[in-house]
Ligand binder design. Structure first.
Ligand code: SF4
Ligand code: SF4
Length: 394
């Protein structure tokens, strides 16, 4: 734990603890085109990727600050040919390292090198249990390849960690998804309902399930869990649009999580680069210690002095920190507002209106064509800078 003055020279009101988790988004390149991708919509205009040496410096500096978990993600991290070097260094530094991959590019040669280098875990994502929907949602033919990669992961004695993002189009396949996970010998399965940021926000009306779909999926998951017991750890993450309190986003701004994006931008969460009025530091210009403790961007929403009512006087603020700053900005136009997921927020109708639409519309809402994550769409959307359908309420 460390205390100190802020970049503005004012004394800090909040004790700042060390980062525990470094997420290295080593590239925004990806051969897949997922309709719910969490990469920034305007990723195509981001600057050049950090070099290998720059990444190794970031790993060392974050470890010196106390980070112990390392996520190597993207884009598709295997688009880079220096992942092996990063893994070896991460292992030497004492990180627990986790590679988050779609499986594309994971050859036997590479997985053998990862094992040799000391990689601790591989998290493999599937879009669905069927080839048809897997390939539609990612706009690629990757289902067979992922199935082969799943076998390689077992062969190299990694724990089988599967991630499937759930939404309106695949949630009714939950039984088949769970059966697929069991057949693959999965030990950990994360059924993560889509959270509505970035590309998922653009496609929200196509992706948000109805409450009946959600109820059924949870019921099936619970029955499955009761049957398989400890053989498989199952996480079912409910979409926060169906909650009445927001999530404690990143366990609090600048509290434990440090994200470094492909272009070197250091962020308190994946999405924060969109927030207006904040300048986030780049690891090319500053060391990680200064970034974490001193940079104005990382200090912006620490503590609670920035909060407005109803959060400011709410006893629950110590649990949820007023929710997500990015969601507050995306939906209301002001990052200091209460996250509208909270039913105490004066803007809560921005959530309930969308949820109401999800109940009444047909199985596949055709509000607008579904938008795939690709460079062309990213460039087009960067120019347009579209807002979500809900008008910002200030
Ligand atoms: S969500 Fe899909 S498109 Fe986005 S980085 Fe992951 S695999 Fe690539
Ligand atoms: S008003 Fe703010 S602090 Fe209170 S429960 Fe809602 S989001 Fe959390």
């Amino acid at each position: 734990m460390q205390e100190g003055g802020s970049a503005s020279g004012k004394p800090r009101e909040t004790k700042v603890t060390n980062p525990l988790w470094l997420n290295a988004e080593i590239t925004f390149r990806c051969p897949l085109h997922c309709v719910y991708c969490y990469n920034p919509v305007d990723y195509a205009r981001s600057g050049p990727e950090l070099t290998t040496d720059e990444w190794l410096r970031v790993l060392r500096q974050a470890r010196e600050l106390g980070a112990v978990q390392l996520g190597i993600s993207g884009g598709e991290p295997l688009m880079r040919d220096d992942v092996e070097v990063m893994i070896t260094e991460a292992h030497r530094l004492g990180y627990y390292s986790n590679l988050l991959t779609s499986g594309v590019g994971l050859t036997e040669k590479r997985i053998a090198a990862f094992k040799e280098g000391g990689l601790d875990q591989i998290q493999l994502s599937f879009q669905d249990s069927t080839r048809e929907l897997n390939d539609f949602l990612s706009s690629t033919r990757t289902f067979e390849l992922k199935s082969k990669v799943a076998k390689l992961i077992k062969q190299y004695e990694y724990p089988m960690v599967l991630n499937v993002v759930l939404h309106r189009l695949n949630i009714d396949h939950i039984q088949a998804i769970l059966d697929m996970a069991e057949a693959m010998g999965a030990e950990h399965v994360e059924l993560a309902n889509t959270q509505y940021y970035a590309w998922a926000l653009l496609n929200r009306d196509q992706l948000l399930p109805s409450s009946e779909q959600l109820r059924r999926a949870e019921e099936i998951t619970n029955q499955f869990r009761a049957r398989v017991g400890n053989k498989m750890k199952l996480y079912f993450v409910v979409p926060d649009y169906y909650a009445n309190r927001p999530k404690a986003c990143m366990n609090g701004w600048g509290s434990v999580f440090l994200n470094v994006a492909a272009d070197g931008l250091a962020l308190p969460c994946h999405e924060a680069r969109m927030l207006p009025g904040l300048t986030f530091p780049n690891v090319r210009d500053h060391d990680v210690r200064w970034i974490w403790y001193e940079s104005p961007g990382f200090n912006a929403y620490r503590g609670d002095s920035w909060m407005k009512e109803p959060c400011r006087s709410c006893p629950e603020k110590v649990k949820d920190f007023g929710g997500c700053r990015c969601q507050a900005y995306m939906l209301t136009g002001d990052a200091t507002n209460t996250d509208p997921v909270c039913d105490l927020s004066p803007n809560h109708r921005l959530i309930t209106d969308v949820v109401a639409r999800a109940q009444t519309a047909g199985p596949q809402v055709k509000v607008q064509p579904i938008v795939f994550r690709d460079d062309k769409n990213s460039r087009r959307l960067s120019e347009k800078k579209t807002q979500p359908e809900s008008a910002p309420v200030r």
